[in-house]
Ligand binder design. Sequence first.
Ligand SMILES: C[S@@+](CC[C@H](N)C(=O)[O-])C[C@H]1O[C@@H](n2cnc3c(N)ncnc32)[C@H](O)[C@@H]1O
Length: 245
Amino acid sequence: MPPALKALVAQLIGFGLMVATLMFGLMPPDKPLALAVFQGGVAAAAALTLRCDAWWIPIHLAFAPALYAATRLGLHPAWYFGAFLLLMLIYGSSFRTQVPLFLSNRETARVVAELLPEGKPFRLVDLGSGTGGLLRLLSKARPEASFVGIESAPLPYLFSRIASRRLTNCRVERGDFWQTGLGDFDVVYAFLSPVPMPRLWRKVKAEMKRGSLLVANSFPIQGARPERVIEVGDRRGTRLYLYRV
Ligand SMILES: C[S@@+](CC[C@H](N)C(=O)[O-])C[C@H]1O[C@@H](n2cnc3c(N)ncnc32)[C@H](O)[C@@H]1O
């Protein structure tokens, strides 16, 4: 069962049991917070039984109590709809891609800049470029090179388009990087998640030129030996895995 479906089932079990306790008079109807805490506990237990990943458990525990707390705030429903839309525009595609948005930091960009080819123009693509911060830092550091970002999430894409509008050597496209050929690029940068890495490695080997470089931030490719592993030395403990094609 997909993780999101398991989460839905766990929540429904929680609500079902909560309604049952009310119908049989096992809990007082005038104690909504206690009911919400009960629902959360049942949903968390159901998630454990369904073998959901550990990080789902606090979410299940807190979900109904948080709903109850939110109703107490008395906010207009448009605020909730607005927040939902905002999250959809940033994280909506993560459901399909299994890659959420988190950003490379400045220290990482500085280390990546030191890895770039010297003394010749080159092309770099950031697969899933997020808000484009890494691309902007690199394109300022290496004005003779050309930088491309491909991002599927609408809001991060829009932000990166606006923020990079003055950089002539940096272009951001909205789309799916699986549909983009990698043959024109000397360096591919990927900060994704463990899920797409095996498929990405197959794509890189099939499409990239001999001698070109894949820089994988944080998520190595199982079964492929990196040419180098670099510790960035930041607080996050970032590691860069360098694969030569
Ligand atoms: C972890 S973020 C990295 C952002 C940026 N590269 C950085 O290092 O700051 C990964 C991004 O990849 C995007 N993404 C995931 N799969 C994608 C795909 N198939 N095509 C385009 N973008 C994708 C996500 O929307 C997310 O913004």
